[in-house]
Structures are given as C-alpha cells and as structure tokens.
Design a protein around this ligand. Structure first.
Ligand SMILES: Cc1cc2nc3c(=O)[nH]c(=O)nc-3n(C[C@H](O)[C@H](O)[C@H](O)COP(=O)(O)O)c2cc1C
Length: 355
C-alpha cells in the first residue's frame, strides 16, 4: 500500500498516522515511540506553564530525532467576577464535603491561588524549543500567534467538531485541520464550551471534505484497518488514534485505571463537563453522576483547577469514582503492548487488508 500523501510530505513522516495528544496519558516516551514508528507523535501540553512545556519538549527531543507535534489549549479565559467567585466557593464546599463523605480528605484551592496559563507563553516556549508542528483545540489561535508561528516555520493543525469551525480554521489559513467526530475519547475540541456540536464522524468528515480544501486528519473511533480505511474513503489524509493507545506500555495511566478500561461497557461511556468544565468523553462514575446536572460545575479552566487535588488524591488511592478516565466509543480490548507494536499492528493490518 502506498501511504504517501499530503500529510506524509507536509510532516516528513512515513505513515500518515497521528498519535493523539492525550493530556494525562501521553508521555514523552509515547510521543517518541510513535514518531520512531514512522508516524506522527504528539506531545500533550494542555495548559502547562512554559517551564513545564520546555521540560517535556526537551525530554521528547532526547528520545527521537523524528518530527513530532506539540498540542495546547487555546480557549478564552472567563473573567473572575462576583458571580463566578460565589459559584466557585459553593462548588468548593460541595465537592470537599462529597469527598469527605467518601473517605477522601481534601482541601481544594482558594480562587486567588489558582494559576492560569496564558497560551501565548506556551507559543513562545514552543518557538524557543524549535518545535515544527503545533496542534491546538478549544478554538483558533489569535492572528498575532498565527503570524509569529508561521514566520518560524511551524505547521499548524487546528481541531474542529463542526463544518462551521472547519471553515473558520480554513479562513485563518491553518495548514491542516483535525476533524474530531463525536465518537472521540477525551475533551471535545469544540470552540464554544457550552453548546457543543454533537456530529458523528461519518457525517462530519464527509461534509468537511466536500466544503474545505485543507488536508484533513480524522480523529474519533479509529482502532483497526477498517475504521482507518473508512476515514480514508471519506477524504481524510491523516488518521489520529487515541483510545487505542490507552493501555500501552508508555501510557501514564496506572494499572487500576487500565483495569477499569478493560471492564468498561458501552453504556458507561458518556460526555461530561463535571471534572473540567469542558465536555469530555469518558467512563461514568459517582462524581460524574452527582455533579453533571448540578450547580457545581464552573466554566473551564476553573472547574479543572478546582477538582485537580481531588483527582490527584483519588488517583493515589486508586478510587475510580473520583478520577476522570477518558475513552472514546470504540471499545477495543486495551492491549498493553508497546506503542510501537500497536501502531505497527495497525499499519500491518491496513496493508494486509489492501492486498
Ligand atoms: C485520554 C485522552 C486525553 C485526551 N487529551 C487530549 C488533549 O490533551 N489534546 C487534544 O487535542 N486531544 C485530546 N484528546 C482527544 C484526541 O486528540 C482524539 O481526538 C481522540 O483520542 C480520538 O478518538 P479515539 O479516542 O476514539 O481514538 C484526548 C483523548 C483521550 C482518549
């Protein structure tokens, strides 16, 4: 099978397969292993401060000399006003009590101690580290950042969850568009955090292929040759896989989280805002059931910062009811093979299928 296309030549890679950036799961080892397998590794930097971005990029650069992408969140930050402050302290007290009732002693942060990252600092760090590919979600970079990154020869991958968002990215001359179907695990890349488009991958990808000229990467539900080729038939040139790699040797997930993933049933996979304030797809648990339709979910990034300490302690104590375990709709058996082997299996299976 000839894998060469616009994505392999733009990124200078062998196979147009992209390892999803997965904050909390992706490690420099996973990113490097993906790039070393001839695919495009992606290092998830989410909203880490510049110093931590530089540390992780350095670590990855030591493990591979192949191209890899870095990934950030470019959302707007809601202003702190009296209403938000009032809501914050109500949610803080509710969640602390809930944790306490469930045997978890946790003190959540005061609002004025929370540190919010400005993505412009990350952009500077990325340029400083000479990264050549940047993917982003939760909106579009501002014009100054686009100009600056392009001047420094950084290829840009924007994420969309609707045709409207794809058109905005295209008009802003973002080089490549990642089309995220509703099946995808983890956070929805949607621009608007509240009314997210909920469009299935088939409908979304075919609409965007017909209306937008940029090379497209498809993300959402790809886990074997057939799902990859379905995306190819609908016009995708790149194939992004996330959930497939959750169980891999290089995944940062702990054994108790991998065990939970192995046992998951289809009705347990839901979209929730309760942990971060932005919709994400993962496994339903007690925290989600109680919080989801309550008044105790703040806008991102405040909910994310508020629940951080709870998630950290719950992870230490291995309590699945209070950690966010993200996963897409394609349940795939969660192999604990290495990233390299999992990607190679996908490549091999696709080649065999095409014979
Ligand atoms: C655990 C997890 C964390 C994720 N974190 C990010 C992230 O930090 N940045 C991002 O752009 N996408 C993130 N995603 C979404 C992926 O980039 C991608 O859209 C998704 O994994 C594709 O669907 P699949 O999981 O069915 O393969 C995450 C997905 C998962 C499963």
């Amino acid at each position: 099978m000839n894998w060469n296309n616009s994505i392999t030549s733009l990124f200078d890679i062998q196979y147009p397969i992209v390892q999803s950036p997965m904050f909390g799961v992706t490690t420099p080892q996973m990113t490097a292993a993906s790039s070393n397998a001839g695919c495009l590794g992606s290092l998830a930097l989410a909203d880490l401060n510049a110093e931590n971005c530089i540390r992780l990029i350095n670590e990855t650069q030591k493990l591979t000399d192949k191209p890899f992408a870095v990934n950030i969140f470019v959302n707007e930050i809601p202003k702190i006003d009296d209403t938000l402050t009032h809501r914050y302290y109500k949610a803080k007290s509710f969640i602390e009590n809930l944790a306490n009732e469930n045997g978890l002693k946790v003190v959540l942060p005061e609002l004025n101690t929370i540190k919010i990252t400005d993505y412009h600092d990350q952009v500077e760090a990325i340029i400083h580290q000479k990264c050549k590919i940047l993917s982003f979600i939760f909106g579009c970079l501002d014009d100054e950042s686009i100009t600056l990154l392009k001047k420094n020869n950084v290829l840009l991958i924007g994420t969309c969850t609707s045709l409207e968002e794809a058109k905005i990215l295209s008009e802003k001359e973002i080089d490549i568009i990642c089309v995220q179907g509703i099946e995808a695990g983890g956070h929805r890349g949607s621009f608007n955090p509240n009314n997210i488009p909920e469009i299935g991958g088939l409908s979304l990808l075919s609409q965007i292929t017909e209306n937008v000229k940029n090379p497209l990467i498809y993300a959402g539900g790809i886990y074997n040759a057939k799902t990859l080729l379905a995306a190819k038939n609908l016009g995708a040139k790149g194939f992004q896989v996330g959930s497939l790699l959750l169980g891999s040797t290089e995944s940062a997930l702990k054994p108790f989280e991998k065990n939970r993933l192995k046992l998951v049933k289809e009705h347990e996979i839901v979209l929730t805002k309760s942990f971060s304030g932005r919709y994400a797809r993962g496994i339903k648990n007690k925290f989600i059931e109680i919080l989801e339709h309550s008044d105790y979910v703040l806008p991102y990034p405040y909910q994310n910062k508020l629940t951080y300490e709870l998630r950290k302690i719950a992870k230490e104590k291995e309590l699945t009811d209070f950690v966010g375990i993200w996963l897409g709709q394609s349940i795939n058996g969660f192999s604990e093979k290495s990233t390299f082997e999992l990607l190679n299996d996908l490549i091999q299976e696709t080649e065999d299928f095409m014979l």
